[in-house]
Ligand binder design. Structure first.
Ligand code: PEP
Ligand code: MN
Length: 346
């Protein structure tokens, strides 16, 4: 950390900063420049609170030099983390495709869509049993009944399952069924839930909050790793901006930005970003082109009847098209979309 002094800061004020630094057991190194002095702070093991110095007389600003996160960063772990779920590898050269309905609506609906996406090459099935809905009057998901449906569909199709844990009360039940536990955008800063996710023994798909910076997102992941769970997949799902031509703005630049900082795999969810099915495939292409390790997309065979997010669900034929395009893209990016032949039936 660097405490930058004002141009007119007096020697006493610089001393004041040095004394405050030393009083916290840290080392202060004043660096005199042509116009102003900055005081470098070293010797800290964790994050130093900028507020300790910001209001001292003569201080202009406090600059964080090192990152506030540790376990998620490449400084700590240089190589890409590659997760294994059954025979599916997440990260590395492989592109992971997760597909399925927004919500589990019934056994028949979930099975039908699971078989469809499996036939087209999806590696994992998605489907929410507990749904975070903006309105309390909207369909809230089938709850534990939905989890049972997902377990049965996995048994029949062999597709591993990703589903959301909405709160700590349901986390253990979700973790019992899910091959990957999803923490949704609205819960990205639910620190109690993140800690529990770090203890649940399952890989976690951590969606980016719609108002979260990259740093906040990585710090949320840090909570999970800090509990000993290194199996985290980050998912960019769009953020709030002034743009109103899509539901959210898929922050494609965040994908290479995060991959540069972190060893964790990063996938994209173009469905929740787009909010409209005709924009899902173009955004999916963009995400893969900038280096996403996979995609999570919503697919429904009767979107007009869907209980949530029907507007953004790809039709089965469009999902086939998406898979073809992603396979083509993968070949020019020196990546691959693994065939399910290598997947174990669970
Ligand atoms: C979802 O994946 O069904 C979902 C609710 O996504 P998000 O948390 O990104 O809104
Ligand atoms: Mn949805």
């Amino acid at each position: 950390m660097l405490v930058v002094m004002r141009m007119d800061a007096s020697p006493d004020q610089i001393d004041g900063v040095v004394r405050r630094v030393e009083s916290h057991g840290l080392k202060a190194s004043p660096i005199a420049g042509a116009q102003r002095t900055a005081v470098g702070i070293t010797g800290n093991l964790g994050v130093v609170e900028p507020g300790l110095f910001e209001s001292l007389p003569g201080v202009l600003e406090v600059i964080q030099v090192s990152h506030p996160y540790k376990l998620v960063s490449r400084e700590f772990h240089a190589e890409d983390t590659i997760l294994e779920v059954g025979d599916v590898k997440i990260g590395g050269r492989d592109l992971l495709i997760i597909a399925g309905p927004c919500s589990v609506e019934s056994y028949e609906q979930t099975l039908r869509i699971a078989e469809t996406v499996k036939a087209s090459g999806a590696h994992l099935l998605r489907g929410g049993a507990f749904k975070p809905r903006t309105s309390p009057y909207s369909f809230q998901g089938l709850g534990r009944e939905g989890l049972k449906i997902l377990a049965r569909v996995r048994e029949v199709t062999g597709l591993p399952v990703v589903t959301e844990a909405l709160d700590i009360d349901v986390l253990d039940d979700v973790a019992e069924v899910a091959d990957i536990v999803q923490i949704g955008a609205r819960n990205m800063q639910n620190y109690t839930l993140l800690r529990r996710a770090g203890q649940c023994g399952r890989p976690i798909l951590l969606k980016r909050g719609m108002n979260a910076t990259v740093t906040e997102w990585l710090l949320a992941a840090e909570y999970i790793l800090d509990q000993g769970n290194e199996q985290v997949i980050l998912c960019e799902r769009g953020i709030r901006t002034f743009a109103d031509h899509t539901r959210s703005t898929l922050d494609v630049a965040a994908i290479p930005a995060v991959k540069q900082i972190s060893h964790l795999p990063v996938i994209a969810d173009p469905s929740h970003a787009a909010g409209q099915r005709d924009k899902v495939i173009p955004l999916a292409r963009a995400a893969v082109a900038v280096g996403a390790d996979g995609l999570m997309v919503e697919v429904h065979d009767e979107p007009d009847e869907a209980l949530s997010d029907g507007n953004q669900a790809l039709l089965p034929g469009q999902f086939v098209e998406l898979m073809e395009e992603i396979r083509l893209l993968a070949s020019v990016l020196d990546r691959q979309v693994p065939s399910q032949a290598s997947q174990r039936s669970l």
